[in-house]
Design a protein around this ligand. Structure first.
Ligand SMILES: [Zn+2]
Length: 439
């Protein structure tokens, strides 16, 4: 018993010694705490959110302090002490509101201090030079918008009183980014935007600008919506049609194996249609900062319009409604395997299979404007290629959700479908875009 007790005592002494060593070793730390800002704070607007991470791995933090100093006058933003010495890391989020602090526009310094819990009280001080700017950018609209068609496009050129980090147009909640170009020898921003086919009279168009300091301006833009009549039709899905069309989808989509053609159509018309819309949106989110197109868009030669933009389709199976869709392009048909040509100058940004659109090509025409060509039997271009107006890019066909050989043609603005009719019309382009580009 005695021996066991002796061993236990030795073990306890050794353990205490080790713990004591660990404790002192930690507290003999000469390393300074680490301070890291999570974003650039060189410009501070009316309200600036700042995230700071403080860390001291060995002895832990004992205190921190954040101040903003202007004309030798410090304003305390945060101060904390950590008596337990067990805080290895602290993430601090705070907001600076210079107007509330009665600070002036101009230079200031954000001073961040952290001290550790070692015997040496190691201290790190970070001083960030900042510029306080609480003046929001002003937006000058160069010309009014007047009328916009339901399902149509709008165009606004505007200038800002100072460089904007981000600007564009909101149509209700949907944001269309502005592009910086030169008009009349002066830097100007322009934004194309779209109105949905069902856009209500209460739709709001707002020009938005945010400067480098985060100050924001929203300027309402008065305009009038021109109502447009869209067609509604019923499409009978015969057994023969479904049996012809669905195997193409069933061969590539595992979920559709073993389903009836009608069930497969239900999936294609909802889930696949939504997936394709997302792909198109992501392809069209990045556009070249330059107008590549010139004049009216080229319409497929000798082709009849089979379906129009905005057609509301109700599908019928055995006479009963079986899903619906809104047709967001124009269907054009001439002869089978007819040549398909680029509607205008641009850069090919998509070329390949695209679900319901079959083999498809998307061309970026710059400043957010795109054209899409669907149901092709052959694609004769590649992603990244510069194409000229009327250059051949493929041949018409019936790939995807198509009952006969035709071209599905769409125009998009930042991924939102608009009526191609406007872009085929030289007068509409002249009045709504080119005159405003010439200001
Ligand atoms: Zn179509």
């Amino acid at each position: 018993m005695k021996t066991t007790g002796g061993i236990a005592a030795v073990v306890i002494v050794l353990a205490a010694g080790a713990l004591g060593w660990l404790y002192f070793e930690g507290r003999l730390d000469r390393e300074k705490p680490v301070i890291q800002l999570d974003s650039d704070i060189s410009a501070i607007g009316r309200k600036k959110d700042i995230g700071i991470t403080f860390a001291d791995e060995r002895s832990g933090l004992s205190g921190l302090k954040v101040e903003i100093v202007q004309d030798n006058k410090p304003h305390l933003l945060a101060e904390e002490t950590f008596p337990s010495r067990s805080t290895r890391q602290k993430v601090l989020r705070l907001s600076v509101e210079p107007l509330t602090l009665q600070m002036n526009n101009g230079p200031a310094v954000v001073r961040i201090t952290a001290r550790d819990a070692s015997f040496f009280k190691n201290e790190t001080v970070v001083s960030e030079q900042v510029r306080i700017d609480t003046v929001p950018p002003q937006v000058y609209v160069l010309c009014p918008v007047n009328y916009i068609n339901q399902g149509g496009a709008g165009f606004i050129p505007y200038r800002t009183s100072k460089p904007a980090a981000l600007s564009g147009v909101f149509v209700d909640e949907r944001f269309y980014p502005g592009y910086n170009i030169v008009i009349g020898g002066k830097p100007t921003s322009v934004a194309f935007f779209a109105l949905e086919t069902g856009a209500a009279a209460a739709t709001k168009i707002v020009i938005f600008a945010r400067d480098n300091a985060g100050n924001e301006t929203r300027t309402s833009m008065p305009f009038t919506i021109k109502p447009k009549k869209f067609r509604a039709d019923k499409v009978n899905l015969s057994g023969t049609f479904l049996q012809q069309i669905m195997p193409e989808f069933q061969a590539t989509i595992p979920q559709l194996q073993g389903k009836t053609p009608a069930e497969a159509f239900g999936y294609v018309n909802t889930t696949l249609r939504e997936e394709n819309a997302k792909t198109i949106l992501s392809v069209c989110r990045k556009s070249i900062n330059k107008r590549l197109w010139e004049g009216a868009f080229h319409r497929m030669r000798n082709a009849a319009s089979m379906a129009l933009f905005g057609d509301q389709r109700t599908y019928l199976v055995d006479g009963k409604p079986f899903g619906s869709s809104v047709h967001l392009g124009v269907d054009l048909a001439s002869t089978a395997h007819a040549p398909i040509e680029a509607a205008n100058h641009g850069i090919v940004v998509f070329a390949g299979p695209l679900g319901i659109y079959g083999n498809a090509v998307i061309i970026d025409h710059g400043l957010g404007l795109f054209s899409l060509y669907g149901h092709l039997s052959a694609i004769e271009t590649t992603v990244g290629k510069n194409v000229k107006k009327e250059e051949k890019i493929g041949a018409s066909g019936l790939s995807g959700l198509a009952g006969g050989d035709h071209l599905h043609f769409s125009i998009l603005i930042d991924g939102q479908f608009v009526n191609p009719q406007e872009w085929w019309d030289p007068h509409w382009i002249e009045d709504n875009v080119m005159k405003k580009m010439a200001i």
